[in-house]
Write a protein that binds this ligand. Structure first.
Ligand code: DGJ
Length: 746
């Protein structure tokens, strides 16, 4: 059974984990366990001392050992004796902020209820009629009801269970059954309390051109936090946190992940308290959030995606990869080949003609590229980033004809056609800005904050969302695009919307994201055959919320193969290769000036949704041949890259190389790829230990760098995992390498 409810004890099991809650003698819902499977009541392992200055709930009488300041709780709140950070804070009409939530009931569900207006992790049977649900399936979800002892406020914790992926999701719903308005000041769908343990915490920080750098640090007493207040999940921090035991590495040890399925501002906190206990809280950023809940209304938070691995970080990542590939990415994109594309951005920037685009497409077609993507600069009078966002009229002078004509020409070459848009933005120099200055996010009577010479449209205003839907519906209807790159090139700061009264301005950040999701939902429903790639100046909005609508996301504007090793390494902790936009660009690289071989650039771009972003005319004949070879190889390997288990084999921060592998589900095919950073003289051969093979089966090294081995060598899986695969010697720096191994038939 995936959910067991015995009196006041609720245990949610996945294949390898248990998550447990227990309503104690006062009805307070404790969080008693998240970790390896258990069949016990884990509250039996709790014992608390009398801690001075930690107040007790009133009904605990004189029991000085009972304080919410020390107990492990399922949903910690403010104002009830717990001084640690809270997951839910509500302001009552009198201005007070206390809640006293007690357990009411837990109801198992046989089908998860989709979240309204928000992306969510869907289950296989979503939308299917299950005539005998109780008989056919174990519970797929459980709703846990809590109620405040004083005000008629109900809280439902909505859990859903992904047994095979070892994932549990949680969303928090607040229902105001009082007769007055209440205000939610903070709501966090993830809150995990641990009684004991000495942890490291792992998070992913960065900046534009350098997203999701993995950082692992000792957890210290007090609060450690990450977050974004930019109105986007951000380049600077990603909305995911990992707690790992000290000895946990890629292959061994316990690790807990929490990933927020949300694209706006967020806050992630980890607190190590006075009793060495740890609390993780991940949710909306309270500095940018508030929700006024009228009598009779309810509010549901986004989902948090929780996963536990007892077998190290690679397993934790693979659990997230499987979940995202099968339960976040929409069904129609899951098994679909993703087109190998060429994008004109780094080839031309804004400076292109109709003939340039056709010639890029023609050259690309010759090497096996499947889709031409026309990036920024095709509309209004946009020959630089100074103008025209918002004016989505085709610049027919620049394109020397209609967009439809260009699309037909590209289709005529038997290639797909993709188009760049940035719907949420407006340039100061645009017709839209002149006509609707009130649609811009800014504070009246103050100078607006510019960023890349552009402003953000107020998607908290439903009128703006309707306008954008009509604009892009018309554009896609008359121009049969196969793919859209949806960009977002600045953060939001001077928040204000005329669509809300002064007292409700703090709702704006969340309303903006709801507007964005509404727009994405309407457009993807209207054009289900169009593939969307998310983008925000590279990977500034790389999150599970966006992935629900855009199955792939441009990972970074930094296309340098060496830098990408680090960026894609960090991104892989939560997100699978199928979601990671990764292209081969020109040398010297436009972001770093670094020169790397075409092979190296190709290898790195293969660990994602691959493509090119350069003028192929600059390649000589040998390079064109090599590029064609890379295309063929990628098409051949894409099913293994997207459908296999990915392993991080090295730590690029500690070693002179970055290697990864993809192992097919039957463990028969193994693709090992990576980059050796610096070549040093007189080195003994380096080896890297593989993972995920069958130790008792023999594996033949079929090819090295795409070339079939003349005298293939064969090793037992155990040798390759324990002693390693011997790498070819390198010459020069940043040398990409690829090895393909196949299991010997019995
Ligand atoms: C930022 C994106 O990340 C780039 O790939 C490109 O599309 C530019 N915007 C265009 O303005």
């Amino acid at each position: 059974m995936s959910v067991t409810i015995e009196n006041n004890l609720i245990t949610i099991d996945t294949r390898d984990s248990s998550y447990q809650m227990k309503a104690d003698e006062y009805g307070v819902l404790l969080h008693t366990w998240y970790g390896p499977k258990t069949r016990d009541d884990m509250s039996e392992l709790l014992r608390y001392p009398d801690v001075g200055f930690s107040g007790s709930i009133h009904d605990a009488g004189n029991d000085r050992t009972y304080s919410l300041d020390t107990r492990v709780q399922e949903l910690p709140v403010e104002g009830n004796g717990d001084y640690r950070t809270a997951a839910l804070v509500i302001r009552h009409p009198d201005g007070s902020r206390s809640l006293d939530l007690r357990f009411e009931k837990a109801i198992p569900l046989y089908q998860k209820k989709p979240l309204e207006h928000l992306p969510y992790v869907f289950q296989d049977q979503d939308g299917l009629q299950n005539p005998e649900p109780e008989a056919a399936l174990p519970p797929q979800a459980v709703d846990v009801y809590l109620k405040d002892r004083f005000a008629d406020i109900q809280v439902i914790l909505h859990f859903s269970i992904f047994e095979a992926e070892n994932v549990i999701t949680r969303s928090v719903e607040v229902i105001n059954n009082t007769e007055d308005e209440i205000v939610i000041e903070k709501i966090a769908p993830a809150s995990l309390d641990f009684t004991a343990g000495d942890f490291d915490w792992i998070h992913f920080h960065g900046r534009h051109n350098h997203e999701r750098e993995m950082e692992r640090k000792d957890l210290v007493h007090g609060l450690s936090a990450i977050g974004s207040s930019r109105g986007m999940s951000s380049h600077q921090q990603n909305p995911g946190l990992i707690l790992a035991e000290k000895n946990t590495d890629e292959k061994h040890g316990k690790a807990w992940g929490a990933l927020l399925m949300y694209s706006g501002s967020f806050l992630g906190e980890i607190e190590k308290d006075q009793l060495e206990q740890t609390r993780l809280v991940l949710g909306m950023n309270p500095g940018q959030f508030e929700w006024h809940l009228a009598a009779g209304q309810s509010f549901q938070s986004p989902e948090a995606i929780l996963s536990f691995s007892g077998k190290g970080l690679n397993t934790l990542s693979q659990q997230y990869h499987a979940l995202i590939n099968q339960h976040v990415i929409k069904k129609q994109w899951q098994k679909q080949h993703r087109p190998l594309l060429i994008n004109n951005w780094e080839a031309t920037y804004f400076n292109f003609t109709h003939e340039d685009i056709l010639s890029i497409a023609r050259e690309a077609k010759k090497i096996g590229v499947e889709m031409m993507v026309l990036d920024d600069g095709w509309f209004g009078k946009r020959d630089s980033d100074l103008s025209s966002l918002g004016d989505w009229q085709v610049n027919e002078e620049k394109l020397q004809g209609s967009l439809k004509h260009l699309i037909d020409e590209v289709h005529g070459m038997d290639m797909k056609f993709g188009l760049w848009i940035e719907p949420e933005m407006v340039s100061e120099d645009s017709r839209l800005f002149k006509e609707h200055p009130e649609w811009v996010i800014r504070i009246e009577n103050r100078d607006p904050i510019r960023s890349r010479y552009q402003y953000v449209l107020d998607l908290a205003n439903p009128k703006v969302v309707d306008y954008l839907y009509d604009t892009f519906e018309a554009l896609f209807k008359s121009n049969p695009v196969d793919y859209i790159k949806w960009d977002f090139n600045r953060s939001i700061c001077d928040w204000h919307t005329p669509s809300l009264p002064a007292g409700r301005q703090k709702e704006m950040g969340h309303r903006y994201i709801l507007g964005l999701y509404d727009l994405l939902n309407r457009l993807t429903t209207r054009f289900p055959e169009v593939l969307l790639e998310g983008c925000a100046g590279g990977g500034g909005r790389f999150d599970a919320g966006m992935l629900f609508y855009t199955p792939q996301i441009w990972c970074s504007d930094d296309t340098d193969a060496y830098e990408r090793c680090f960026i894609q390494h960090g991104t892989s902790f939560f997100y699978p290769a199928s979601t990671i936009g990764s292209h081969v660009s020109a040398i010297p690289n436009h972001q770093t000036g670094r020169i790397t071989s075409l092979w190296t650039r190709g290898i790195v771009s293969m660990a994602g949704t691959s493509g090119f972003e350069l003028n192929l005319d600059l390649l000589d004949e040998n390079e064109k041949e090599e590029a064609a070879f890379l295309c063929g190889r990628y098409k051949l390997l894409q099913p293994l890259i997207f459908g296999g288990s990915q392993y991080r084999l090295t730590d690029p921060f500690k070693e002179n190389l970055c290697f990864w592998s993809f192992v097919s589900p039957d463990r028969k095919n193994v693709l090992v790829q990576g980059v050796v950073f610096r070549t040093r003289p007189n080195q003994i051969g380096s080896r890297i230990c593989l993972q995920g093979l069958d130790p008792d089966k023999r594996y033949t090294l079929v090819s090295e760098n795409g070339k079939a081995m003349k005298q293939p060598k064969t090793f037992f899986g155990s040798t390759l995992m324990n002693a390693g695969l011997l790498l070819e010697p390198t010459s020069g720096d940043n040398q990409g390498q690829e090895y393909f191994l196949r299991m010997e038939e019995e």
